[in-house]
Design a protein. Structure first.
Length: 249
């Protein structure tokens, strides 16, 4: 019985609560107006709702009813603004994604660098141990035989004080060709010199180029694919093609 009574009171409360808006606007007449006023005397919650609704009455009075049927038109550039906003958001999202990917790539790169450095350290330790062990047990490799030759300075402008002077010169026979080694001074600074080997048929095979260093001592190692048994002469020319060094071998 009590449950039914409470249920009935709740339904009556909800019905009266739905009339609060009409009550505030002054649209109710007796007996509903009397019922709502009596309910408000005993219901603090509904009185609070009425207090919130009452300030809106003045605003509703300012509304022109003749304009209620007018549908506002969207701004002419609304579509463009929407597309622009969407494009800007997409660009910002893609930029954030690219930045995240670059950050991840930098992290991976730092990790690889750390791992490679650790691996290199292990290799260095292993090589150092192997080298130390090898020095104690392995015989020294034979020195590469150097065949001394006499490179002659050609041309009057290349001889004498300040001219080209050779300290040593020689050939090294390799399985893949021939190497010319010499130490000297007096090659004009900044000038390109070219070395070549001549065979018995008079053909020249290039052996490389070098820059003159002036009075500073220079050590050159020039190489050619011509095998030593085929080499009959060594020729070094300056930028104009004039011979500055030569030797019959």
């Amino acid at each position: 019985m009590n449950d039914a009574h409470e249920h009935g009171q709740q339904e009556q409360h909800e019905r009266l609560r739905e009339l609060l808006g009409a009550h505030v606007l002054g649209h109710l007449v007796a007996p509903e107006a009397d019922a709502v006023r009596a309910h408000l005397d005993g219901c603090a919650g509904c009185r609070a709702e009425v207090a919130e609704l009452e300030p809106l009455v003045a605003r509703l009075d300012a509304v022109d009813p003749t304009h209620l049927d007018e549908r506002p038109s969207p701004a002419g550039d609304l579509g463009a603004r929407i597309h622009s906003g969407v494009a800007a958001e997409r660009a910002a999202r893609e930029a954030r994604a690219r930045e995240d990917e670059r950050a991840a790539a930098r992290h991976r790169s730092r990790r690889r660098t750390t791992l490679l450095a650790a691996a290199a350290a292990v290799v260095v330790v292993a090589l150092a141990s192997g080298i130390a062990l090898g020095r104690a047990s392995a015989p020294q490799p034979p020195a590469v035989p150097l065949e001394a030759i006499s490179l002659e300075v050609d041309g009057p402008g290349q001889q004498g004080e300040g001219g080209i002077e050779l300290e040593s010169a020689g050939l090294v026979a390799h399985t893949w060709g021939t190497e010319l080694r010499f130490v000297g001074t007096g090659f004009e600074e900044g000038v390109v010199y070219r070395a070549a080997f001549r065979d018995s048929g008079g053909r020249l095979t290039p052996a490389g180029e070098f820059l003159g260093t002036g009075a500073a001592e220079m050590s050159c190692q020039l190489q050619s694919a011509l095998l030593r048994p085929e080499v009959v002469a060594v020729v070094v020319t300056d930028a104009e093609g004039e011979t500055v060094l030569s030797s019959e071998v």
